[in-house]
Structures are given as C-alpha cells and as structure tokens.
Design a protein. Structure first.
Length: 492
C-alpha cells in the first residue's frame, strides 16, 4: 500500500467522506448510501480529475460477479442524488463524452486525517481528457496561449463542430504549469438556468456560494488568486456569462479567462480569436494521396477512419474522393469525424455516393454534436425570429452573395430591409455565415452544412417556391446588369 492508511477523510464542497468508516456526511449529517455506491465514490475521489473507464469501475466494484453497465449507472445516479449533483450549478461527477466517469470536484484531505504519503493534494482544477487527437491545430493553440497570456481574456469564436472545446482544453494543458495547476474547466452545456452560472464556476473551483449576489461573492472569493478559468459552451447563457466574465476580468488582476462560444460576449476586456476551419485541398489542386495528405482536414479523416476500421491507407484512386468530401464539409473537424465514421462502416465510395450530410451520427459525442443536424438545431434554437427567417431564405445562394442579394431574396415576405440587415449581422456574429471583404463590399457565404440545413427549414415553412423564384429573379437581374455594363465598357 506504500504508506496508505485507510482511515483518511476527504472533503469536497460541503461533504465529508470517511473512507475507513465508509460514511458520507453533509454538515455532520450522515447521508444514506449503499455499499456499492460507497465503493464507486471512494474509487473516484481517490483519483480526482482522472477519467475512469466504466469497465474499470465495474471490475473494481463488482470483482466477484458479472454485471451490466446499467448497474453502474444506477449507483452513480444514487451518488449524484446524495450529492445534489447538478443542483444550483454544483457538479461533482462528470460523464466524460462516453469514455467513463470523472470526479470533478476539488478534493482536500481533512486536517488530522491520514493519507497516502505520496499523494499531493492541493487546491487545483482538473481538465477532462478528450478522446479526440488534435490535428492541424498546433499553431492555433500556440497563438491562443500567447494571446491569453498577454490579454487575460480571450473568446474562441466559431460555429458548432469546429473544435473550440478541443482547442480550449489543449490551451489549458499548455498553460497549466504557468498557473501551478490552477486551471479550471467549466462545462456550461448542460446548464439550463443562467442564474446558476456563478454557482457552476464556484463548484468547479471547490467553492460554495451563499449570498444572493453570487457574481460579486465569487469575485471576492477569488480576487487574490491566480487562476485560468475555461468557460465552455457559453452561447445559450451568454448574457449571464458576459456579466460574470466582465466582473472577473475588470475587478481582479490575476484571473485569466478563456471562453468558447458561437458569438462574442461583447464586454470590456474581451479579445476574439476566430477559430479557422482545417485546411483542405482546393479544387484544381493535385489529387494524389501524397498531395492531399499535406492538408490537416485529410489527415484527420484518414486517422479517424483508421481508428474505426483498424487500418486504412489512402490510395491515389481514393484521394480525390476524400479531397472532395473535405471540401464539401468545409474543413469542419466534427463533420469530418462523422463522415469518417460512416466511411469506416460502409466504405469510402459508398459514403461519397450516399453523402447524406445531415444524417451522419456520432454515438459517443455530447448530445448537441451527435449529428450535424443536432449541432445546427442547437444554434438555430438560439436565433431570433428574424434571424431564422433570413437564414432559411438565403439558402438558395451557392457560394458568396452580397448584402443587397440577401435583401432582395429574403425581403418582401413580411420582413423589412432594416430587419434583414440586422439579421445578417446577427448570423455573422453567431458564426452561421462566413464573411470576407471583397474590394469595396462585404461578401457572405453559408457553409455547405448550414446551407443544407437552411434548405430543410425552407421546405418546412413551405417557402421554397416563392424564395427560389426571388433568387432566380435576382440572379437574372444581376447577370443582365453585368451584360449591360460589359457592353458599355466595350463601346467606350
């Protein structure tokens, strides 16, 4: 046992776990918990922050019998109920993306209790382990780390599925030494009530808030500490996150903030880093296996197919298919992973032939990422009514379009010009429309996956015929104006 004495006691939040007595208390009151549940809790708190595979937990707790995974879920649910896990933003046991369970609360040994002499207990944050290996993001991680070091408050901005969370975790790991391990990851995805944002942050830090002004209390509790707090998936509680983040940044000197969101928080001190898509082979480029494998999007696709199929070597014959797929998926890491899963299951050529973009599934992803449709549903549900109308009505545009084009096609259908311009701006801010400045005007483009989704919405609202006619009329008028301009130029 290397010096381990069994009669140690641990504290996390308001709870005290006596391992020798096998008793869990809250404020001195013993909480009812079964024997197997105690075994699970002791095992998880013994390795806080680590992701423990479900099978490892089963083998440890039920070493004498064979049980199904459902038994483990039942006992974990009992532990969560006893801990009030999930209430008021407090979280202790996380299910890490289908890999296993992790105790994410801060564990501190009680004074006078005995402990493993080799263990180093300190007030530290733990980063959940990501199952996806990062490809083509080394420069991004380095740039974000440097920007965070200089600015203290950075938002990773981009559409769903572009890899913001993966990058944030990599930055956290890269910066962990600078913060003495004080890096805290706060997953806001499952948080429903924005009033619990401060509580969720406090729970990740091992703190308990008691006052009604939770934001101010949290700021006071951490004011003198040096921490990196990663706030992940902010968009659905963005106003509450924005208020708290601004206070943490403005009223402290050593609190560093890294947030991930599909739109900016728009508060003082925030610096934006727009996450780029993975580079993919452009049309007309060399299409051999060696040529396309220079691009990170193709590297990711090949690696994920190999991981699922056991082995995969890209041939020159297959290279153009993969290049086309990565182009059609706009270099989006999540979309590429989903396509790779289908290719591993039914073959590359069949995947290209049956390229049903919105039906690809990813069983072990978080709920909002299980399908591309679910990812887009997540964003769509957060839009205003005007933004939803404009998004579906600009779906006929393939490639880049102008603000005037959007106004013409989306207009005269119950929405005014000013609202259309505001909606376009909102869709750009929420990372659903890509934009670039071309000569003297901005040009916009829907990503292929977003365009396919918007076309579905157009059909749902029975607007296909009228909007497509508007689009055709606009294109015809545009081409005629170009013809007239060219004739005038030729005569001049």
């Amino acid at each position: 046992m290397h010096g381990t004495v069994v009669h140690r006691k641990l504290r996390f939040g308001p709870f005290e776990l006596s391992i020798g007595e096998r008793v869990l208390r809250r404020d001195g009151v013993v909480l009812p918990l079964g024997g197997r549940a105690h075994d699970i809790l002791i095992y998880l708190t013994g390795r806080p922050g680590e992701v423990i595979a479900k099978q490892e937990l089963i083998d440890h707790v039920w070493s004498d019998v064979t049980v199904e995974e459902g038994s483990l879920r039942v006992h974990v649910a009992a532990i969560r109920k006893a801990l009030g896990d999930g209430q008021f933003g407090n979280r202790y046991i996380a299910n890490i993306k289908g890999r296993g369970y992790s105790f994410v609360g801060t564990v501190v040994p009680l004074a006078g209790g005995t402990e493993n002499r080799n263990a180093k207990f300190r007030h530290q944050g733990r980063l959940p382990v990501r199952p996806i290996m990062m490809i083509g993001r080394e420069t991004v991680v380095s740039e974000v780390t440097n920007k965070l070091r200089n600015e203290r408050f950075v938002t990773l901005l981009g559409p769903g599925g572009i890899g913001k969370t993966t990058i944030a975790l990599a930055v956290g790991r890269a910066a962990a030494e600078e913060f003495g391990g004080e890096v805290y990851f706060v997953d806001l995805e499952s948080l429903i009530d924005p009033r619990h944002v401060a509580g969720a942050v406090a729970a990740s830090l091992g703190l308990e808030l008691k006052s009604r002004d939770s934001d101010l209390e949290l700021v006071d509790l951490v004011r003198s500490r040096k921490l990196l707090i990663i706030l992940d998936s902010c968009e659905h509680v963005i106003e509450a996150v924005a208020l708290l983040a601004e206070q943490l940044h403005q009223e402290t000197e050593q609190i560093y903030l890294l947030t991930t969101s599909r739109e900016l928080l728009k508060v003082r001190g925030e610096h934006c880093y727009r996450v780029p898509r993975l580079d993919y082979p452009p049309e007309g480029s060399e299409q051999t296996a060696n040529a396309v494998l220079r691009y990170p999007a193709v590297q990711l696709f090949v690696q994920r197919v190999a991981a699922r199929a056991g082995s995969f070597v890209l041939t020159d014959e297959e290279a153009p298919f993969v290049a086309e797929m990565c182009r059609r998926l706009d270099g989006m890491p999540l979309a590429i992973e989903l396509a790779a899963g289908q290719a591993a299951a039914i073959g590359l050529k069949n995947t290209v032939a049956r390229f049903e973009l919105l039906k690809l599934s990813h069983r072990t992803a978080v709920p909002r990422h299980r399908t591309l449709k679910a990812t887009l549903d997540w964003s769509y549900d957060l839009l205003s009514d005007g933004e939803r109308i404009v998004l579906r009505r600009i779906a006929p545009f393939v490639g880049h379009f102008t603000l005037e084009g959007a106004r013409y096609v989306a207009g005269e259908l119950g929405i005014g010009t000013g609202e259309i311009f505001d909606a376009i701006a909102g869709l750009v801010e929420k990372s659903l429309i890509a934009t670039r400045i071309d000569e003297t005007q901005a040009r916009y483009r829907l990503l292929d996956a977003t365009r396919a989704y918007a076309l579905e919405k157009l059909e749902e609202h029975a607007e296909v015929d009228v909007v497509v006619r508007r689009h055709a009329a606009y294109v015809a008028a545009y081409l005629e104006s170009r013809r007239v301009a060219l004739l005038a130029l030729a005569k001049g």
